[in-house]
Design a protein around this ligand. Structure first.
Ligand code: FES
Length: 127
C-alpha cells in the first residue's frame, strides 16, 4: 500500500481539521516539510510504524504493543483494520483512529494523519 501522510501538528498550526474534505489537497499546496507531509510504501507484513521508520521517519511510539496510544494515527482515506486487542475505545476506532504499531493499511492507497497523540481524546488515554 502507498501511504500519504500528514503530521497532526500541522493541522493545529494551519487551523485545519481532521474532518476537512480537502485536508490533503490543502496540505499538498502548503509547501510543508518532508517530515510533515509526503508518502511512502508499506511492505506487506510491516506495521505502519515500521514502514515509517524504514523510510526514515521518526513517528511517536512507546510500547509498540497496542497498549499506550503514543503511536495513534487517523485514517482519513483507505482501509486499516484494527487488531482485536488494544487500548483504543470503540468511540475512537469508529472515528478511524488506529495504532500504527500494530496495524497497517490494506487498501492500495491510504491517507493517514500521524501524531494523533496530540488530539485531546487520545492524549487523555496516554500512558
Ligand atoms: Fe504504544 Fe503503539 S506504541 S500503542
Amino acid at each position: 500500500p502507498m501511504v500519504e501522510f500528514l503530521n497532526f501538528e500541522v493541522l493545529e498550526d494551519h487551523g485545519w481539521a481532521l474532518e476537512d474534505e480537502d485536508l490533503f489537497a490543502k496540505a499538498a499546496d502548503a509547501n510543508l516539510q518532508s517530515t510533515d507531509f509526503g508518502r511512502f510504501y508499506v511492505d506487506p507484513n510491516d506495521t505502519l510504524l515500521e514502514a515509517a521508520e524504514k523510510n526514515g521517519f521518526a513517528w511517536p511510539f512507546a510500547c509498540r504493543g497496542g497498549a499506550c496510544t503514543n503511536c495513534a494515527v487517523a485514517v482519513v482515506d483507505g482501509e486499516m483494520p484494527s487488531p482485536a486487542s488494544h487500548i483504543l475505545p470503540p468511540e475512537l476506532t469508529e472515528k478511524g483512529i488506529r495504532l500504527s504499531c500494530i496495524a497497517a493499511p490494506v487498501s492500495d492507497d491510504a491517507k493517514i494523519v500521524y501524531n494523533l497523540k496530540h488530539l485531546p481524546e487520545v492524549s487523555e488515554l496516554l500512558l
